[in-house]
Design a protein around this ligand. Structure first.
Ligand code: ADP
Ligand code: MG
Length: 306
């Protein structure tokens, strides 16, 4: 296959990311580059800086008639979700805007009010950005976070026997508008790293199967899910809970001993986690134990942009 003639479509979004990753060289200040929810950089003795960026585009991530405050909210919440997925806290954001000069001033201000509501709630600052003319609205949020080095949770630490948990119900995020209104799971993530010892974590943006696939790949393990344990949003079918994107819940693994402790947690945050399955030794293999006890092989696909 000659790369000069072949289009990106043939390798897909993740194929492109792999190609970029192969071209990348890091200095020793980079602890983690491409391949997790955030990049991790050396900072102070026991602390790291984390960096994540997310770009939202009209008619892909939100409809043209979406209220501007929700567009801004979602743009910021997506990046916060990646910070939460590493066990980190946000520090500062820069926001780039591609916007049409024909948009109302009030519209643009509402977009920012949506973002400021999260900056206020989670105590971080919006410190800059860039603006370009664009027919379609585009918002790119870049967020810096911080975390204690020893408490950062990557996608790569899941071990066979670990229990798999999710922080809330899944599926139908688009029809229910959850993708515009979800609360990034920063409190839950802080609770986990302070009280438990998660071995891997990711936020569900590409769908449960897709994102569990990222943990499996990075951790070189397999997984078994139990159909009756997978929490679903009210209108969601099993297939929607498995494959729909943009739920922005945390997906994590815990060693069995702490998993059992979380199962019995009595506090409100602890009770918001659902046990959905186990990590297995069968690398790359994802199976589903159905409600009737049948074992099904699950096709490992998730949302990709091309
Ligand atoms: P998430 O859904 O958690 O935001 P993505 O699936 O978008 O993560 O990205 C996966 C990894 O690939 C991340 O480490 C991200 O920084 C990296 N990545 C994505 N697109 C690019 C790109 N165009 N250039 C370099 N790295 C990229
Ligand atoms: Mg993510």
């Amino acid at each position: 296959m000659t790369q000069t003639k072949t289009t990106l479509k043939s390798i897909g979004e993740f194929g492109l990311i792999k190609e970029i990753s192969r071209l990348t060289r890091h200095s020793s200040s980079v602890i983690k580059g491409i391949g997790d929810d955030c990049a991790v950089l050396n900072w102070k003795k026991n602390h790291c800086l984390l960096l994540t960026t997310d770009m939202l585009r009209e008619n892909v991530h939100f409809k043209s008639n979406t209220p501007p405050r929700l567009i801004g909210y979602k743009a910021m919440a997506c990046s916060l979700s990646d910070i939460a997925a590493m066990g980190a806290l946000p520090v500062a954001a820069v926001v780039s805007l591609g916007i049409s000069p024909n948009k109302k001033i009030a519209f643009a201000k509402e977009v920012y009010r949506g973002m400021f509501s999260l900056a206020q709630k989670f105590h971080f600052n919006l410190v800059g950005g860039d603006t370009v003319r664009s027919d379609k609205l585009i918002i790119n949020v870049t967020l810096i976070g911080k975390a204690e080095r020893s408490r950062i949770v990557y996608r790569c630490g899941a071990k066979p026997g670990d229990m798999i948990f999710v922080s809330g119900p899944l599926g139908c995020s688009f029809p229910t508008q959850k993708h515009l209104t979800f609360m990034p799971r920063l409190e839950e993530s802080q609770y986990l790293i302070k009280n438990y010892d998660p071995t891997s974590m990711i936020d569900i943006s590409d769908g449960l199967v897709g994102d569990l696939g990222h943990i499996m790949e990075e951790s070189r393990v397999g997984a078994k899910l139990f159909e009756p344990f997978i929490p679903r949003n009210e209108r969601a079918t099993l297939s929607e809970a498995l494959y729909d994107g943009e739920d922005f819940e945390l997906l994590l693994t815990l060693p069995r001993k702490s998993g059992v402790k979380l199962l019995h947690a009595k506090d409100k945050i602890g009770k918001s986690f659902f046990y959905i399955g186990d990590v297995t030794t069968q690398k790359d293999r994802l199976i589903l134990v159905t409600t009737s006890g049948k074992i099904q092989h699950v096709k490992r696909t998730g949302y990709t942009h091309f």
